[in-house]
Design a protein around this ligand. Structure first.
Ligand code: GLC
Length: 470
């Protein structure tokens, strides 16, 4: 069966978050069983030389009310890149550009023009988040394809909402502008339309699939999603075990296989030195991620404040909203046990995993989250809020039979308030002080299978049931 996978970001070529990781590792895992190619925009930030991305002899154009757009196609390793510099040679991948509807809407048209030229009959087109959402409508209407559409929601908070002139500019057809389809409060909501037009909707954990049907997590689409919930399913993401492997990770100081080896301790010692923190005997708690409310950054700030004179080292790496960046910088200039690194730095992030005793993920919501699964590989224990994929991939260490149900073990708290996160940190300390228990935990977590191998099969089963090949 031929499958086309469309995404606005694919690691290592372009990455703003977990979508890029999944868009890289899931197609690779599916490729073990089925024929799959991926397609993404060619941003000017993509390093053609580094990844040996080559120009193909395919070119075409898209002509719409929005304008005339010529595309060239580049490729590398099963990924096709559609190049139009007017749309994608900009400072940021998404940014706050006023024409993001045109940029990604035209990209969706381009994907289907490209499909036409390839002359491959795709049975499945798998699209991801709002940027590729319009493909669902176009495949079924303008392009009249028989392909079944699978739409994965990685984060419901980003829906791609634009003024309704988008309908004309992208030639969507006004019959698609109804409350059952793209219309939302007199605006075009691209994610909503993809829910309507897709044959199957998936999201990245079972718990998040349930949460998005509620008022608390539904981002105003809970009723619409409930109406469409007959085609909704949650599949937990996996991580690429080749990519995240402390035995072969060139970014860390000292590579190791066993999470209790002296080499892991060496990583911690050298990272503390790099960050200007003292005392290897103290537990090191790290946060790796975007500084947005989603990630629970308010809670993190309060926690850091309370722990200022404690015997805990805290290291934070990430980037995001200016307000949070400023707060962190203020605190790190006064607190000796706190290190802040602003900016996305994959190599340093890997050293964080390899050195940490605990990984903090106090997310307010988390569709899946990948960091907790990466932490298991490197021997750091996650401290998480019980939501979305975190609820599905981390069991609290004090739960009955915690070490027996094939789910990694960490410290879990429920309520999003400063008391609860502090309580979780104290419980983590008690675990850390009980060396046998701590070692048992990191060793156990290393045995848990969060790779894509069986989860990719769940997607393949969906593809097969849609195409009746099951
Ligand atoms: C988004 C979600 C995150 C998920 C990732 C990949 O970034 O916020 O929870 O892990 O997509 O699906």
């Amino acid at each position: 069966m031929n499958i086309l996978f469309a995404s606005s970001e694919i690691y290592p070529y372009a990455k703003s978050g977990g979508l890029a990781d999944v868009s890289s590792s899931l197609p690779k895992a599916i490729a073990e069983y089925e024929k799959i190619i991926s397609v993404m925009p060619l941003y000017s930030s993509v390093d053609l030389q580094k990844y040996d991305i080559k120009k193909t002899n395919i070119s075409f154009s898209v002509e719409l009310k929005a304008g005339f757009f010529a595309f060239e196609v580049y490729s590398c390793d099963g990924v096709y890149f559609l190049k139009n510099d007017y749309l994608f040679a900009r400072g940021a991948m998404y940014g706050d550009y006023h024409d993001n509807n045109i940029r990604f809407g035209v990209f969706c048209h381009a994907v289907l023009e490209f499909v036409k030229l390839l002359k491959i009959e795709f049975k499945i087109i798998h699209i991801n988040d709002w940027q590729t959402a319009l493909i669902a409508l176009l495949a079924k209407t303008r392009y009249g394809l028989d392909a079944k559409i699978v739409f994965t929601i990685h984060n419901l908070a980003y829906q791609g909402v634009f003024y309704k002139d988008t309908v004309d500019l992208l030639e969507m057809g006004w019959d698609s502008f109804t409350l059952e389809k793209f219309e939302s409060y007199d605006m075009v909501n691209l994610l909503k339309g993809a829910v309507a037009y897709s044959d199957k909707i998936t999201t990245v954990s079972k718990t998040y699939a349930k949460e998005i049907l509620t008022r608390e997590y539904g981002c105003m689409l809970e009723n619409f999603l409930t109406t469409n919930s007959y085609k909704l399913e949650g599949i937990l993401n996996g991580v690429d075990y080749k990519e995240f492997d402390p035995l072969h990770d060139a970014n860390i100081y000292s590579r190791y296989d066993s999470v209790i080896s002296k080499k892991k301790a060496k990583n911690k010692e050298l990272l503390l030195e790099e960050l200007g923190l003292n005392d290897v005997n103290r537990p090191l708690m790290v946060f790796i991620g975007r500084f947005t409310s989603q990630k629970g950054v308010e809670l993190l700030l309060e926690m850091v404040h309370f722990l200022k004179d404690s015997e805990i080292n805290i290291a934070i790496i990430g980037d995001g909203e200016r307000f949070f960046v400023d707060r962190f910088l203020e605190l790190s200039s006064v607190y000796k046990n706190l290190s802040i690194t602003i900016g996305y730095n994959e190599a340093l992030a890997r050293r964080f995993y390899a050195s940490a005793d605990f990984l903090l993920m106090p997310s307010l919501y988390e569709p899946c989250g990948l960091n907790q699964m990466i932490a298991y590989r490197y021997g750091a224990v996650p401290i998480v809020r019980k939501t979305g994929g975190l609820a599905d991939s981390v069991v609290d260490f004090a739960t009955h039979n915690a070490y027996k149900n094939d789910i990694g073990v960490g410290v879990v708290f429920e309520r999003a308030d400063s008391f609860s996160i502090l309580h979780a940190v104290l419980r983590a300390l008690s675990l850390f002080c009980n060396k046998d228990m701590y070692i048992k935990t990191i060793k156990y977590n290393k045995t848990i299978d969060n790779s894509w191998s069986h989860r990719a099969k769940e997607y393949i089963n969906i593809y097969k049931s849609l195409t009746k090949e099951g």
